[in-house]
Design a protein around this ligand. Structure first.
Ligand SMILES: [Zn+2]
Length: 456
């Protein structure tokens, strides 16, 4: 038995003009056959990782293809995508004859000229391996679950947990079902139901937790091989964006269709109830100002470099300035040119600086302000669990009662290290008191030290 595995993955924020290029994949995951480390899977490479571990015991030969994955950003450069894709396709062709293919994809990758990258990859792999070869695919639930990719593969399984803590378990399931299919023990058929909704579904909140647990309990019984809940990736402009339910059933398509519809209708009935309470910008600032004895952290989930956004949006900052908020700090804003200007001016300098709001209309207009440079530090880093994430040179600037951290290397706020590094002491200490652990999946942090504001 011969299986081939490869990865091509990123999550594309299509509203950004910053194309993702080969250089970004080289910064992320860029592993040629045999180069994948043995310690743990990398971004979207779990199918290859688990197949390598199990090949011997399960009696198959794994032919390893390349693994390419980049952190979320704008649409991938067309020639760069085709280069990576064609490398994988050539490896797949050379690996023939194959009984199975395992693809570790993300599912929300867009390249210039390709709205459905994963559909394109699967279509070309299918053309090489033929109709009998079993194609198994693992995707992130923040994907565009297109009709094309489901039609051209045999088994598609999405992570169930958000935050994504079950990437390896789902890859094990993809491999299990692919092996059972090759051995003739099951004959998977897939049914999809389009819920036509866009929302966020953290599985840490009670309603979604119960829904996922219920769906999991149904798997492995009555011919149900797998059930996936497609959340959708909202920050993209592609035709098939939306929440979809995918059922993988043994043989019985009609039963799978009915089940996908029933689960989909339940998912629709949860509409509007699965998200944490999000406030608008002014509402959020107002709520923060009402606290009278504690620092408050506001997080902006949309202009999030971790989801592909530029991270130079100025909306919250402009409202803080307009409302003359005191004792606030905000960051990071990605603006390497403004950082250079601050270093050139030097610590303590006061000058007119234009910063932020550069990358797209979605970034808002830049801020023009008389600023004071209150902190400068070369080569800053922040912690993300055990890993260190570079921020490059950082500058802290002050205008009125607000301090802003400008960074050189685009990234989201993962902990408060950057504030402690460059801000003036009172605000940084106030913010430090608010956090023991890291802050994930947010871009901006605004700390408001209301006690001092009252005293003014
Ligand atoms: Zn995701």
């Amino acid at each position: 038995m011969r299986l081939f595995s490869a990865t091509i993955a990123t999550e594309t924020w299509t509203f950004s003009p910053m194309a993702t290029t080969l250089a970004d994949y080289k910064e992320g995951v860029f592993l040629r056959p045999g180069e994948h480390p043995d310690d743990a899977p990398r971004m979207c490479t779990a199918p290859l990782f688990v197949a390598r571990q199990r090949a011997k015991a399960e009696g198959f030969t794994l032919i390893e293809g390349s693994c390419f994955a980049a952190s979320p950003s704008g649409t991938t450069n067309r020639a760069d995508y085709e280069t990576m894709r064609d490398e994988i396709l050539a490896q797949c062709k050379a690996a023939m004859p194959l009984d199975g293919v395992l693809l570790g994809l993300h599912g929300a990758m867009v390249a210039h000229g390709y709205d459905d990258v994963e559909g394109d990859v699967i279509e070309r792999v299918r053309a090489i391996v033929g109709p009998k070869c079993v194609i198994g695919v693992e995707l992130d639930p923040h994907c565009h679950l297109t009709v094309k990719r489901v039609k051209l593969s045999d088994v598609v399984i999405l992570y169930k947990e958000f935050p994504h803590t079950d990437v390896v378990e789902r890859a094990e399931e993809v491999l299990d079902i692919v092996l059972r299919t090759i051995r003739g023990k099951v004959k998977p058929v897939m049914s999809m139901f389009d819920c036509r909704q866009i929302a966020s579904y953290p599985t840490t909140l009670p309603l979604m937790r119960a829904f996922v647990d219920k769906v999991k309990a149904m798997e492995g019984k009555d011919g149900i091989l797998s059930i996936s809940i497609g959340h959708c990736f909202p920050y993209a402009d592609v035709p098939e964006l939306g929440g979809r339910i995918l059922v993988v059933m043994d043989k019985d398509k009609a039963k799978g269709d009915a089940l996908a519809r029933a689960i989909g209708e339940e998912f629709i009935s949860m509409r509007g109830k699965t998200m944490p309470q999000y406030l608008g910008v002014d509402e959020g600032i107002g709520a923060a100002l009402e606290f009278n004895d504690a620092p408050v952290v506001m997080a902006d989930p949309a202009d999030n470099a971790g989801g592909g956004a530029p991270s130079d949006n100025t909306t919250i900052l402009r409202r803080l300035i307009d409302r003359k908020v005191e004792r606030a700090c905000l960051g990071p804003i990605w603006d390497p040119i403004a950082v250079k200007l601050c270093f050139a001016a030097g610590e303590g300098a006061e000058f007119d600086l234009r910063f932020g709001g550069k990358i797209a209309t979605t970034s808002g207009p830049p801020v023009d302000a008389r600023v004071k440079v209150v902190g400068l530090k070369r080569d800053c880093w922040q912690s993300f669990g055990p890993t260190q994430v570079p921020l490059g040179d950082c500058a802290a600037i002050r205008m009125g009662g607000i301090e802003v951290v400008l960074i050189t290397l685009r990234t989201q706020a993962l902990d408060h290290g950057e504030f402690l590094e460059v801000l003036t002491v009172p605000i940084a200490e106030a913010l430090a008191m608010t956090r023991d652990g890291r802050i994930t999946d947010v871009k901006s942090i605004v700390g408001l030290y209301w006690a001092e504001l009252v005293l003014r």
